[in-house]
Design a protein around this ligand. Structure first.
Ligand SMILES: *Cc1c(COP(=O)(O)O)cnc(C)c1O
Length: 369
């Protein structure tokens, strides 16, 4: 067989902890006789909270479940509006529908694809019950300006931080700034538990309600025959097996995230001032976690073809959500999104991208398209 002419660098890759570390712990929990939600889940929640520098965290079987919970706890009910972004993975906006809310699109900043606080403010009505903000690709939203808008109107902010584990804003890790912050632990996020999601609640009362919401509306500590279900709940909790994977992953994840950030910053330097190419820009307060690296290119489809033919995984990753027929009632003009979506292209910058790989990627781009 001919050796490949070029490397093959995927856009996403799952990081899993070393076997020697993971498998003994996994075997232990699998045969412990307790595989549903028990003490390992509570321990993982404490460890995750510590990792993002917060007093508490709630685990879920998915980020979507965590997001639905946050949206419901924010009080969103049928007839309520939630302002959100179309530039995201679909679960962000499906979770609004799960809670019975209707989606109102805020436009995005064409420099980075993040929801624009000015546009959010222009869409607020008496029926607006929550604002959902996504740190797209790991670039933190302008949280200072968004929080000002939210506070002025008394509307809670829910951050979808699925791409932003390890990102900071104003010197603090994402998790510290809003009433609710959701992380996804799905396979291709910075850190995975195979599947899972986390929710940081600023208000301990939300934490208590969230723990009931994720388990049929019941308090797990109470006697089953004596408790009363007063609010609807779902089967959204994490189990011990995913939690133990999470515990081991947490022991290894800091250098993984650091590698994303190091590669991302390197790209920031290597790719600036090229003809036909712009790089994303963001608030001075923001420190991205570089889940992937976003280029803003002229003749973007040609660039995508050129990079693919040179073995570099690249794609749009997400379809703008307003183009789904499910959201047709929310349609409106979004000029910022039009501009961003016509130019964006995501290329790899994760922990698997070696120094040679990133040189190769930068050279491939410089060769033109
Ligand atoms: C992955 C993702 C989610 C959903 O998380 P799951 O854990 O897969 O349910 C939500 N929002 C964004 C932006 C995501 O990328």
């Amino acid at each position: 067989m001919m050796p490949p002419r070029f490397p093959s660098i995927p856009l996403f890759k799952v990081f899993m902890s070393p076997k020697e570390q993971l498998l003994p712990r996994l075997t232990e929990v699998l045969y412990s006789g307790q595989i549903s939600e028990g003490p390992p889940v509570a321990e993982f929640e404490r460890q995750f909270a510590r990792f993002v520098d917060q007093p508490d965290s709630l685990s879920f079987y998915s980020g979507t479940a965590a997001l639905h919970t946050a949206i419901a706890l924010a009080g969103v009910a049928p007839g309520d509006e939630v302002i959100s972004t179309a530039m995201t993975a679909e679960p962000t906006n499906l979770a609004i529908l799960h809670a019975g809310g209707s989606v109102v699109w805020g436009d995005v900043d064409p420099c980075n694809g993040n929801i624009d606080p000015l546009s959010v403010e222009s869409m607020i009505t008496p029926r607006t019950r929550a604002i959902v903000a996504v740190h797209y690709g790991g670039v933190p939203v302008s949280l200072t300006r968004l929080s000002e808008v939210a506070a002025r109107w008394g509307i809670p902010v829910i951050e979808d931080a699925a791409h932003a584990l390890g990102a900071k804003y104003g010197g603090k890790l994402i998790g510290a700034h809003s009433r609710f912050v959701m992380y996804s632990l799905q396979a291709i996020k910075h850190m995975t538990t195979v599947d899972g999601g986390m929710l940081i609640c600023r208000d301990p009362e939300d934490g208590i309600r969230g723990r009931r919401f994720r388990w049929f509306g019941m308090d797990r500590a109470a006697t089953r025959t004596e408790l009363d279900i007063s609010e609807i709940g779902y089967k959204y909790h994490m189990n011990n097996v995913n939690a133990v994977i999470g515990q081991v992953q947490l022991e290894n994840i800091a250098p993984v995230i650091a590698k994303h950030v190091e590669n991302g910053k390197w790209m920031d330097g290597a790719l600036k001032n090229l003809d036909g190419l712009r790089l994303c820009t963001w608030d001075a307060e923001a420190q991205p976690s570089y889940w992937f690296y976003t280029l803003l290119a002229e003749r973007r489809d040609d660039l995508a073809k050129a990079l693919s033919s040179r073995g570099i995984g690249c794609s749009l990753a997400h379809k703008r959500n307003d183009r789904h027929s499910l959201f047709k009632r929310s349609r409106r003009e979004l000029p910022g999104l039009d501009l961003f979506y016509s130019r964006m292209l995501h290329i790899p910058c994760g922990w698997w991208v070696t120094r040679e790989d990133r040189e190769y990627i930068a050279d491939a781009i410089k060769r033109g398209w």
